[in-house]
Design a protein around this ligand. Structure first.
Ligand SMILES: [Zn+2]
Length: 95
């Protein structure tokens, strides 16, 4: 094998290697973009605490059970369905 052929083959290998690396970096770059965009949507956007009127626990608004207030435009928030049901049975039967 002549030295020139070795140089050409080495050059081709290097070129192919560079192509592979740049392609791989592009794919990795795209892969890293998505999780960082999805992260804020996963719950950190509206991280407001609301108080459960039954047990007075503070619950993240997104996880709380929401119940429309009677005769008002607001909502009551509960930590669990049990508290929600308790609230309905307490306030609903008074009418
Ligand atoms: Zn509760």
């Amino acid at each position: 094998m002549s030295p020139i052929k070795i140089v050409i083959i080495a050059g081709l290998l290097y070129f192919g290697y560079r192509l592979l690396i740049s392609d791989w970096k592009k794919k990795r770059g795209k892969g890293e973009e998505n999780p960082s965009k999805e992260m804020p949507q996963d719950g950190q956007v509206e991280d407001v605490l609301v108080e459960d009127p039954i047990c007075h626990k503070l619950v993240p608004k997104q996880q709380a059970i929401r119940l429309k207030q009677r005769g008002a435009e607001g909502y009551n928030y509960f930590c669990s369905e049990e508290c929600c049901n308790l609230f309905v049975s307490q306030t609903g039967e008074k009418e």
